[in-house]
Design a protein around this ligand. Structure first.
Ligand code: SAM
Length: 244
């Protein structure tokens, strides 16, 4: 079901994850086999046609690194008018998410088990997403590992290109140092406007359910930070300035 191998043409040296030997439970293993045809999408080089994929035309939300998929499934169940695409590299998490999706009886969800950076580059058409969710990305706290953080200039540029006009990027983290990195990287990208920022104790999540990693951060006494960034429409900025 999953294309866990890296395509040679896309080999990068630094990734935001390390593949852990997946310890699949038997029910996750079965879910990956039996539920993959209903929810799974293979990694490939062709841009997706969302209308064909979901069998209708609706705004599409991308969640990057959905972990065990509980938040993703909950959001899909609560928003039947939206279509959700989740991308996660960790097979047991994908298996768990598939079981949750089956139990929820939802149809507005598809998942890809692959590196989200490559998925965005190869499979997400320009200006096709209404929202991108990135909840508690791996913080890579050691300085020598900061280059592994998924939020990098090239990533932000790629996300901005895939968001439709007015589309938003939602990020949450419980790591103070990563929060500083996020603020700087997003500001320096010049592609997003911060329309909402919250610092809280897990009680003011910004338009999302509480996640598994958020619960873990809270157990460690961490504060939570949430942002909603909206894509700046560069073409209309150009128009506006040329009209001055
Ligand atoms: C700290 S966990 C957070 C999981 C979940 N969002 C939550 O809040 O509970 C980060 C997740 O991102 C996944 N991940 C990291 N880099 C990724 C990438 N490039 N593409 C897809 N998933 C990735 C990891 O496998 C992991 O499950």
């Amino acid at each position: 079901m999953t294309s866990s191998k890296d395509s040679p043409s896309r080999l990068r040296t630094v990734r935001s994850f390390v593949r852990r030997a997946g310890r699949l439970t038997s029910s996750q293993q079965r879910a990956l086999q039996e539920l993959w045809p209903a929810f799974g999408v293979e990694f490939g080089d062709e841009p997706l046609r969302f209308d064909a994929l979901f069998g209708r035309s609706a705004p599409v939300v991308l969640e990057i690194g959905f972990g065990n998929g509980e938040t993703l499934v909950q959001q899909a169940a609560e928003n039947p008018g939206l279509d959700f695409l989740g991308v996660e590299v960790h097979e047991p998490g994908v298996g768990h998410g598939l079981l949750k999706a089956r139990d929820a009886g939802i149809r507005n969800l598809r998942v890809i088990c692959h590196d989200a950076v490559e998925v965005i580059d190869a499979m997400i058409p320009p200006a096709s997403l209404s929202r991108v969710n990135l909840y508690f990305p791996d913080p890579w706290p050691k300085k020598r590992h900061h280059k592994r953080r998924i939020i990098q200039p090239r990533f932000l540029e790629a996300v901005a290109e895939r968001l439709s006009s007015g589309g938003s990027l939602h990020i949450a983290t419980d790591w103070e140092n990563y929060a500083e990195h996020i603020e700087v990287a997003v500001r320096e990208s010049g592609r997003f406007e911060c329309v909402e920022r919250r610092v809280h104790a897990g009680d003011e999540a910004l338009d999302r359910p509480r996640t598994k990693f958020e619960r873990r951060g809270l157990r460690h006494g961490h504060q939570i930070r949430d942002w909603r960034f909206v894509r700046i429409d560069i073409s209309s900025m150009g128009l506006a300035s040329s009209e001055l």
